[in-house]
Design a binder for this molecule. Structure first.
Ligand SMILES: Cc1cc2nc3c(=O)[nH]c(=O)nc-3n(C[C@H](O)[C@H](O)[C@H](O)COP(=O)(O)OP(=O)(O)OC[C@H]3O[C@@H](n4cnc5c(N)ncnc54)[C@H](O)[C@@H]3O)c2cc1C
Length: 496
């Protein structure tokens, strides 16, 4: 019910919170109401919160962008929740007043997925605790960076099966579980979403539900890699195992692309190493070299015989072996992963290509030299990630991978100078062409780096059956279409 502040209430509120503090929302004018305005404006009181609801321009503008620097949507408010109950209360309030709610980890997605024009952004970095529950499981809140998961588990001699491959201090548990998440141990364990035991989720209609493969399994499956469409993950159960103490790290360089791809696939298939990733690098003369980095876990003094493990591989040269702790290994790639300069638009694209199509597909990428295409540095591709995947390890329906047994993850870190609109258009056009060729080759896109695409293209991505299932889940768990206006996966199909 709408209300006004009486003169007495006004004095009390102004003394406690200040005249500019917000007391509610005016659904008729679709605006927030401050203490100062509340004597004359009718408003619906905001729920009592343990955290902060920020309405000042600076806080709203600060969160109106993401790492892509291409979309800027200013929300009406930013919630820094102090508890899970705050999220329940705000999602219910948004349902009552037709407010859109965007969910944000650290905003490392690139295409505006964490933004809501005139809506509320849940800035989940304030919920960031990690607790080891038993030697076999930990609970992580969504805003915890993966480095915090490492800090909570490694000193106890425990580890999740999988961490993201790079930048543990920059990406959050909630953000990666809504994207999918791959890492160095992916050939063994699949994606991060394959390594979750149970979740607490606040659904789009404001219910707090615990779900797992056994209980409320539909919600579990429609939230993991679900791009924030059906619910807000507020706790994730991560399975733990004993942590290795040390790692031998080996870097192998190839000049022959066919030998490189074949060895990548062989290593991923036979699993002789524990960690594996790849990179392709072009030097100033335009020559490409192809690198595989592998890690083998061990407990001193029992060091593995690396020479025997590499004997049948066809690399051209090998860097000296590095021995390091498991922790240093996880954090070794902290600065990699394409963190752009300040304000640089960076339309990264990432895709999974079926192994049999990769060699041909890569011709499209390796020929993208700046000189050949008239692009300036970084719009072409000087360095990109190339990880092998074993498709059967990916078990979550919304994390789509090619149907072939093996595939490659291709990460293109592309960016342009701030303000160079022509260069950005050229880059986006080039991305679209690469993605169209990827689809034609039977590939799949990685959600946070998949460009802005239409509901029809999302339908093609998921396939008609899964898209229908996902649409039904959206209707069931977020009936008022409150959560995550971006990406627009369903279009008019599910709008109330
Ligand atoms: C430097 C760098 C390194 C990276 N390394 C890897 C890597 O090794 N492996 C890998 O797979 N990916 C990697 N990524 C990609 C990463 O998975 C995505 O950027 C992802 O978006 C996570 O970032 P974030 O935590 O900032 O989440 P955000 O970008 O804030 O959110 C990602 C998506 O999840 C939604 N969301 C966030 N939290 C929740 C929640 N609690 N409940 C429901 N929905 C939520 C958001 O609305 C958004 O759609 C990397 C990215 C960068 C920038």
């Amino acid at each position: 019910m709408s209300t006004h502040l009486s003169r007495r209430q006004f004095s009390k509120w102004a003394a406690i919170a200040g005249a500019s503090a917000v007391v509610g929302f005016d659904p008729r004018n679709r605006s927030w109401v401050t203490v100062a305005q509340a004597q004359t404006h009718a408003f619906r009181e905001i729920p009592k919160l343990d955290g902060e609801l920020l309405l000042d321009e600076e806080s709203r503008r600060a969160i109106a962008t993401d790492q892509g620097n291409m979309f800027h949507r200013v929300p009406a408010a930013v919630l820094r929740p102090g508890s899970v109950q705050d999220i329940v209360a705000m999602v219910r309030y948004a349902n009552q007043h037709k407010l859109k709610v965007a969910i944000r980890g650290n905003g490392h997605s690139r295409y505006g997925q964490t933004q809501a024009e005139a809506g509320v952004v849940l800035d989940l970095r304030s919920l960031n605790a990690v607790r080891v529950r038993t030697p076999r499981s930990a609970d992580a809140q969504p805003g915890a960076f993966w480095s915090v998961v490492a800090d909570a588990t490694l000193p106890k001699g425990l580890t999740p099966r999988l961490f993201p491959g790079t930048c543990l201090k920059l990406i959050t548990v909630g953000g990666t579980l809504n994207a999918g998440g791959i890492g160095l141990m992916t050939p063994h364990y699949g994606a991060l979403v394959d390594n979750v035991t149970d979740l607490d989720v606040v659904t789009g209609d404001g219910r707090l539900v615990t779900c797992s493969p056994e209980h409320e399994s539909e919600l579990f499956e429609m939230v993991l890699a679900g791009q924030g469409q059906c619910g807000v993950i507020v706790r994730a159960g991560l399975p733990l195992m004993p942590a290795p103490t040390h790692v031998v790290h080996l870097e192998l360089t190839y000049n022959d692309l066919d030998a490189y791809l074949a060895d990548q696939l062989r290593l991923a298939r036979d699993g002789r190493f524990d960690g594996q990733r790849g990179q392709m690098l072009r030097d100033q003369s335009g020559t490409w070299r192809f690198v595989i980095e592998v890690g083998k876990f061990f407990t001193p003094p029992d060091e593995p015989n690396i020479r025997a493990l590499e004997a049948d591989l066809r690399f051209a040269s090998a860097a000296p072996l590095l021995r390091m702790t498991y922790r240093d290994y996880l954090f070794k790639l902290e600065t990699r992963g394409g963190v752009p300069g300040p304000g640089r638009p960076c339309p990264i694209i990432t895709m999974w290509i079926p192994a049999s199509a990769t060699r041909r597909y890569l011709d499209n990428v390796l020929s993208l030299s700046p000189e050949a295409s008239g692009l300036t540095p970084f719009q072409g591709v000087e360095q990109f990630g190339c990880y092998p995947l074993n498709s059967r390890r990916f078990t979550r329906p919304l994390f789509k991978v090619p149907s072939e047994e093996q595939a490659f993850a291709i990460w293109l870190f592309r960016s342009v100078k701030p303000g160079d609109e022509a260069a950005l258009s050229a880059l986006l056009a080039s991305n679209r062409e690469l993605l169209a060729k990827m689809t034609a080759a039977g590939g799949k896109r990685y959600a946070p780096y998949s460009m802005v695409i239409s509901p029809a293209e999302w339908q093609e991505h998921y396939g008609p059956q899964l898209w229908r299932r996902f649409s039904e889940a959206k209707r069931k768990y977020d009936p008022n279409h409150v959560l995550s206006p971006e990406p627009d996966i369903f279009g008019a199909a599910v709008r109330p």
